[in-house]
Design a protein around this ligand. Structure first.
Ligand SMILES: Cc1cc2nc3c(=O)[nH]c(=O)nc-3n(C[C@H](O)[C@H](O)[C@H](O)COP(=O)(O)OP(=O)(O)OC[C@H]3O[C@@H](n4cnc5c(N)ncnc54)[C@H](O)[C@@H]3O)c2cc1C
Length: 263
């Protein structure tokens, strides 16, 4: 039995290919001067989302579409307007990929309720036979309560390992091992630490951060998505320019989009 803490890792994110951007702007007959700002921009999701949005109206520069007589001059201004108007669909072009480590099955069960714009790969307890139980305990428990929780987890771990010893693993093929590993996991606690890769586009991410850092959300998922919110604010400052964090008494924070509550 080992105590752990949830870990948030931003594994990957959508990047644009500068050669692709150059070709796109050439094909669309954007002038060299008009193209410069887009070619100099960081090759990240914020740039991609702006390109996707501007393609809709041919608003890369004044005059490209004769109907367009003024344009917003910076990525920040452009995205601010998108967030204000609620044109959330272009946010779906940028995808983020996260590793959430040492999170409980309580958390993953809540996380997978968000169905739209996500991809999920979770550690399989049919394949993975545990050597020990890892678990995070909420700070709101007293030391005495934590001790009682650890004791209960140890008993579950002992029972699991004792049962595992009764099974002739070495003589079994993978399918048989999988069936038995799956049968044994039923006595493991919900708080068991596990690992999950979770991918979400920025539209989804903005929604889930708000939902899961609400003061009424469960503390572990709030702790996790508070960290995700902080990474987003740092990594994509224009896309999350309206995200504001309110510190909560338990040390976590609640994030709200101020330009629009749901984009
Ligand atoms: C604080 C908190 C407490 C909760 N408590 C409970 C609980 O006690 N019991 C429980 O069962 N669940 C609970 N939930 C989970 C909640 O009910 C949702 O299942 C979960 O938050 C997923 O959110 P979502 O429905 O917005 O789905 P997402 O997949 O995140 O979808 C995002 C948005 O897309 C749209 N959308 C998605 N699917 C469809 C569809 N099929 N048709 C039309 N539009 C769609 C909706 O506008 C939706 O809001 C809780 C969630 C939170 C944040």
């Amino acid at each position: 039995m080992k105590l752990t803490r949830p870990v948030v890792i931003l594994l990957a994110e959508t990047q644009v290919d500068p050669n692709g951007v150059r070709q796109l702007l050439q094909e669309l007959e954007v002038s060299e001067e008009g193209a410069k700002r887009f070619l100099d921009a960081p090759p990240n999701a914020e740039s991609l989302i702006e390109l996707a949005g501007r393609l809709c109206y041919e608003s890369f520069e004044i005059g490209l579409n004769p109907n367009v007589s003024k344009i917003r001059g910076t990525n920040r201004e452009y995205l601010e307007n998108i967030l204000l108007k609620g044109d959330g669909s272009i946010l779906e072009h940028g995808v983020t990929n996260w590793a959430f480590l040492n999170v409980s099955r309580v958390l993953t069960h809540e996380l997978v309720r968000h169905r739209v714009g996500v991809a999920i790969s979770q550690e399989s307890l049919r394949y993975v036979r545990l050597k020990e139980i890892k678990m995070w305990l909420p700070d709101e428990l007293s030391e005495e309560q934590k001790e009682a929780m650890i004791h209960a987890a140890r008993r579950s771990e002992e029972a699991y390992l004792r049962l595992a010893e009764t099974i002739p693993w070495a003589k079994m093929n993978m399918d048989a091992k999988k069936r038995m590993t799956s049968a044994l996991r039923r006595i493991l606690p919900d708080g068991l630490a596990t690992n999950i890769i979770w991918s979400a586009n920025h539209r989804t991410l903005r929604w889930v951060i708000e939902m899961r850092t609400d003061p009424s959300a469960e503390v572990e998922i709030r702790l996790l998505f508070d960290q995700v919110g902080q990474v987003c604010k740092r990594t994509w400052p224009n896309l999350y320019q309206d995200f504001e964090r309110t510190p909560l008494p338990d040390g976590t924070g609640s994030w709200k989009a101020t330009l629009r509550s749901k984009v």
